[in-house]
Design a protein around this ligand. Structure first.
Ligand SMILES: [Ca+2]
Ligand SMILES: [Ca+2]
Ligand SMILES: [Ca+2]
Ligand SMILES: [Ca+2]
Length: 449
């Protein structure tokens, strides 16, 4: 039942307090494709795993057969795909937030040379910034930081991962009264290779901007050795044109490709799960040490991790999903040690045939009371006959020891980034993704029962 699953889902969310995008209060009319995009609507029960190697096919088939035998009651997901934009240059980053204050979540896209938002429910595109730097834009953060119901936006740009001295840029965008018109950029101090930013709630209930660059200053970008990456917090002043206070939270990791603001403990501040060459770590403020501590969660096996998201296996049990290594082939899930045991979490490989895994989310699309994992890959630099797409992995038990793989997208999405949000207000999480080689922005409305 959608209603009971939604309540179960929100109970989980409150328990873990995981970062949630603003949710609309009531169901919206059906989401519609933008008139500018090529309409691509499919409704299907999705086939089993897309895999390219015989070994992987065998593994997936065996897992599916096992899952079918033991858990025939777990439904397959159903999605209705809509293409929102077919002219995306690279589609570096997505953020979902209500930009215009109508309580419907909108889609913000950070593309190579523009920042745009797509207005729910018709998805009209509004370009609000162009070419903030000569180099590409690379990331975007959007959330309502002042409580007026309309999201504030920050952008990372100046992208050149090969220049670990002089690249990078960071901007706060001041909105005009009409938020469909161009916003005014305010440059903030930055580290080289700014790569991922998010608005994160701190221990004083303030929304602060967290920046996680990819490399430490002066690092060899291939090896990721030398100075650690400076993970920074920016405190917005009342007037965004005034000086922003900047704090370094951690500078001990390398190749920190992504992070997830999460609720890791019982205090109201959000903690950060960071994916790095060294593994996965939970950054948490320690009042006794008066500093940020880094709790090791996931190992550096296979070259560490490049994507990370917190999920739930239900009944208060957490899981951490990750792509290993950066731009990697493996989808892994870390689950906590048994009570009383210390050390790194248990590591389980769910997929080994990803080609350039680059996007990840955990959400309960099926209303199971435990999350599924969505992973997208882009096959950058590979021949076009190497397929791209998105898979959804369903834990078939509460221990996370058996999984079923479902193909959500078969070769139409070279997934650069993906996000989950309930776009149409029906209580079921939907999927949003942006593609590089496929030059598209798509949503998948969740029609699972
Ligand atoms: Ca809106
Ligand atoms: Ca606001
Ligand atoms: Ca906390
Ligand atoms: Ca929905």
């Amino acid at each position: 039942m959608p209603g009971s699953s939604a309540s179960r889902n929100s109970a989980e969310r409150i328990q873990f307090g995981r970062t949630e995008e603003p949710q609309p209060p009531a169901q919206f009319p059906d989401c519609q494709p933008a008139v500018t995009g090529i309409l691509s609507v499919t409704s299907m029960t999705l086939p089993s795993a897309f895999v390219r190697t015989a070994a992987a096919i065998t593994t997936a088939a065996a897992a599916l057969a096992l899952g079918s035998a033991l858990h025939a009651e777990i439904p397959e997901p159903r999605f209705r795909a809509l293409t929102i934009d077919t002219n995306v240059a690279i589609g570096y980053g997505l953020a979902i937030a209500d930009i215009d204050g109508d309580k419907r979540p909108d889609i913000v896209l950070c593309d190579k040379e523009e920042i745009a938002w797509y207005q729910n429910p018709k998805w009209e595109k509004h370009v609000i910034a162009r070419k903030l730097t000569a180099l590409d834009h690379v990331c975007v953060a959007a959330a309502d930081i002042d409580g007026d119901g309309k999201a504030e936006i920050a952008v990372g740009a100046g992208w050149n991962p090969g220049d670990t001295e002089n690249s990078g840029a960071l901007f706060y965008l001041i909105p005009p009264a009409d938020r469909t018109q161009p916003w005014t950029p305010v440059a903030l101090p930055h580290q080289p290779t700014v790569h991922r930013i998010r608005w994160v709630r701190d221990w004083q209930n303030r929304m602060t901007l967290i920046s996680v660059p990819l490399h430490g200053r002066g690092n060899n970008p291939g090896k990721g050795e030398g100075a650690g990456v400076k993970i920074q917090r920016y405190l917005p002043p009342a007037n965004p044109r005034d000086e922003w206070k900047v704090e370094v939270l951690n500078e001990s990791f390398h190749k920190t490709h992504n992070f997830d603001p999460v609720q890791w403990d019982t205090d109201p501040a959000q903690e950060l799960l960071v994916a790095a060459k060294e593994g996965v770590f939970a950054l948490n403020w320690s009042s006794t040490q008066n500093a940020y501590t880094a709790e090791p969660v996931g190992s550096d096996e296979n070259g560490g991790c490049g994507e990370v998201r917190l999920g739930s296996l239900g009944s208060g049990k957490r899981m951490v999903a990750a792509v290993s290594p950066m731009h990697g082939n493996q989808l892994v899930v870390f689950t906590p040690r048994a009570a009383g045991e210390s050390g790194l979490w248990n590591r389980r490989v769910l997929e080994e045939a990803l080609v350039d895994g680059h996007a990840l989310a955990c959400a309960d699309f099926l209303g199971l009371g435990r999350d599924q994992i969505v992973v997208g890959w882009r096959a950058m630099g590979k021949p076009r006959n190497v397929k791209v797409g998105i898979k959804l992995l369903t834990p078939l038990n509460a221990e996370g020891t058996q999984w079923r793989t479902t193909l959500v997208d078969d070769d139409t999405m070279a997934c650069e980034d993906l996000q989950v949000a309930d776009l149409n207000g029906d209580g079921k999480p939907d999927l949003i993704a942006a593609g590089r080689a496929t030059h598209n922005l798509k949503i998948w409305i969740n029609e699972s029962h």
